[in-house]
Design a protein around this ligand. Structure first.
Ligand SMILES: Cc1cc2nc3c(=O)[nH]c(=O)nc-3n(C[C@H](O)[C@H](O)[C@H](O)COP(=O)(O)OP(=O)(O)OC[C@H]3O[C@@H](n4cnc5c(N)ncnc54)[C@H](O)[C@@H]3O)c2cc1C
Length: 539
């Protein structure tokens, strides 16, 4: 008899694992199949965003992520150099995690925790959840979706045995050009290919010591040919990744001269061991459709962006969180028939913004002035370096990281059919980030007591926050939620500052931490409110 599972996840990269964690932490049975063996050997993603860290906090793995990556006392600077032993042109300083202090807008700031450390943390946590089954060395070959469910054909790569798995839902987290999107027959839209790149992952204990720049997370290499590569310190000890930006399309990874590229970056020979050479393509694409009915896609399967800005995986994890609670609501029986439609409507605009923002950074960085004399020990060389410093000074002002946070954290699901619209001005796109409580936006962080954030209240079901003198009756909302079996908890917050931040007496927050509705009184038709936020209303 065919195996039955409520949710089948195809692909066990960070996004598939995050979906398994999101479903598993809600007690939803799911099976993840992954053709690889679970070992991550290439550190592609390095920066875990604030929002992903906030999800990790909810999942209870944030402390592990913080311990796994970058040393607490190393600064996180971004330095422009001619070579590691050459001239320093510009430095954007970022305090070490130990010195960073309270960021104010989040309980968990962004963290350097490259994929070789981050994915295994997700994997271990997913494996510990009783309702999650992980099957590695298993490949999805094909699937058919009908009204009654999805029938997927999978094959064990060890035994060669094939079997059918019947699922209520299938989610393709199978990366760029994956089987699920292709079978759905949905195209990618966008500019497509931006450049051919190549990443050299290597080990060198010597490199940290042989230059005078000190520890930084990023060293941007600039020479007479322009901005040609990034050297990323992976663990702040001995692991490094050199990424070359613009390569010939015919570059062959097997015959590529990695040793010469490393010497070009460092400026002299040094002791190192090349661990892998990964050629990859920088793309700007978003899938036309994120799926419907019983089959959806998430992560790189749905969008491809330049890594500049560190948005790829983080956007995918946002997809997994959005889809996760909605699938749980469907399977628990309290979702309206249209809840899943809102997945694409909410997440595709976020991907489009992220894709464009990432390309913008790439285009800006690679179009900075290139001068053939920039490495020279001469007046011309000094002038070229000074010009680049000035250009970078103009760009990387103090607010720059906050601008990035507006893309990573400030997105708002306004216009979603399961968000109640409000009269307040929408959050301006790409403005410097500041926390705003708005329907559709992430509910703001504030400390309720030491170590306890407002964000810690969210996750399980809907949460109705009640501010002020607790005089506003909420029983209509509570009764309406109970009538629809929508999980809802009411929390009173008697703190004037937090009340000011949230601006309304009542704020309804979804299981993913986004505001669904705000008001000063309980609406007369509370059932209509609950029906809208659970996707039971036809707009
Ligand atoms: C150099 C570089 C630096 C980057 N830096 C960052 C960064 O700092 N921040 C950031 O957010 N992102 C970054 N990214 C992007 C990030 O690595 C990707 O967005 C992320 O890995 C996507 O995760 P995913 O799970 O969607 O897809 P993938 O990681 O591609 O995983 C898909 C999985 O599906 C499996 N699979 C595919 N088809 C099947 C099948 N038929 N059956 C079974 N299994 C299947 C594959 O084996 C794979 O494990 C970077 C990327 C690169 C190249």
């Amino acid at each position: 008899m065919a195996l039955q599972v409520p949710v089948l996840i195809c692909g066990g990269g960070p996004v598939g694992l995050a979906l398994a964690v999101e479903l598993g932490s809600r007690g939803i049975e799911c099976m993840l199949i992954e053709r690889g063996d679970g070992n991550v050997t290439v550190p592609k993603m390095s920066q875990v965003s604030t929002r992903t860290m906030e999800f990790c906090r909810r999942w209870g793995i944030a402390e592990e992520v913080k311990r796994a990556g970058w040393p607490q006392t190393h600064p996180g600077d971004f330095i422009y150099v001619t070579t590691m032993v050459g001239y320093e042109i510009f430095r954007q300083k970022f305090a070490s995690y130990a010195e960073q202090g309270d960021l104010g807008y989040t309980p968990e700031g962004p963290r350097q925790c490259p994929q070789i450390f981050f994915d295994p943390i997700l994997l271990r946590y997913a494996a510990s959840l009783p309702s999650v089954t992980l099957r590695h060395r298993t490949e999805a070959e094909s699937f058919e979706a009908g009204l009654d469910g999805v029938h997927a054909r999978v094959t064990s790569l060890d035994s060669g045995d094939s079997e059918t798995i019947n699922a209520a839902y299938l989610v393709g987290c199978d990366g760029f050009d994956g089987l699920v999107r292709k079978t759905l027959n949905t195209e990618y839209e966008g500019s497509g290919l931006l450049s051919y790149s190549l990443s050299i992952f290597f080990r060198s204990k010597a490199l940290g010591e042989l230059h005078d720049k000190g520890w930084a997370r990023f060293y941007r290499l600039v020479d007479g040919s322009g901005h040609w590569s990034d050297l990323v310190a992976i663990d702040g000890r001995e692991l490094w990744r050199l990424t070359l930006f613009q390569l010939d399309p015919d570059t062959d990874a097997d015959s590529f001269d990695a040793a010469s590229a490393l010497i070009r970056a460092v400026g002299k020979p040094f002791s190192s061991e090349v661990l892998s050479v990964l050629p990859w393509k920088r793309r700007e694409l978003v899938a036309k459709s994120y799926g419907a009915g019983r089959v959806f896609i998430a992560g790189d399967a749905a969008h491809q962006m330049s890594p500049t800005g560190g948005l790829g995986m983080n956007t995918g994890i946002g997809d997994a969180v959005d889809l996760g609670w909605k699938l749980a609501a469907m399977l628990q029986g309290w979702a309206g028939a249209r809840l899943l439609e809102s997945y694409e409507l909410e997440r595709k605009p976020v991907a489009t913004t992220s894709v464009l923002a990432s390309s913008e950074v790439f285009q800006y960085e690679t179009s900075l002035p290139a001068d053939p004399t920039i490495t020279d020990d001469s007046p011309d060389g000094a002038r070229a370096r000074r010009q680049l410093t000035e250009a970078l000074n103009g760009r990387r002002g103090a607010g720059n990281e906050r601008l990035h946070e507006s893309v990573k954290l400030g997105y708002c699901y306004e216009g979603s059919p399961v968000i109640c619209p409000e009269r307040e001005m929408a959050i301006a796109k790409r403005e410097t980030f500041r926390q705003l409580c708005r329907s559709g936006a992430r509910a703001p962080h504030a400390w309720i007591s030491e170590g306890h954030s407002t964000l810690d209240l969210f996750g399980d079901g809907f949460v109705l926050l009640r501010f002020g003198k607790n005089s506003v009756a909420v029983n209509k909302i509570v009764d309406a939620a109970a009538a629809c079996a929508v999980p809802l908890a009411v929390h009173d917050i008697n703190d004037g500052k937090i009340a000011e931040l949230y601006e309304r007496e009542l704020v309804l927050v979804r299981p993913d931490g986004h505001v669904a509705w705000r008001g000063d009184v309980c609406p007369d038709d509370a059932l209509a409110l609950i029906d809208q936020v659970r996707g039971a209303v036809t707009p």
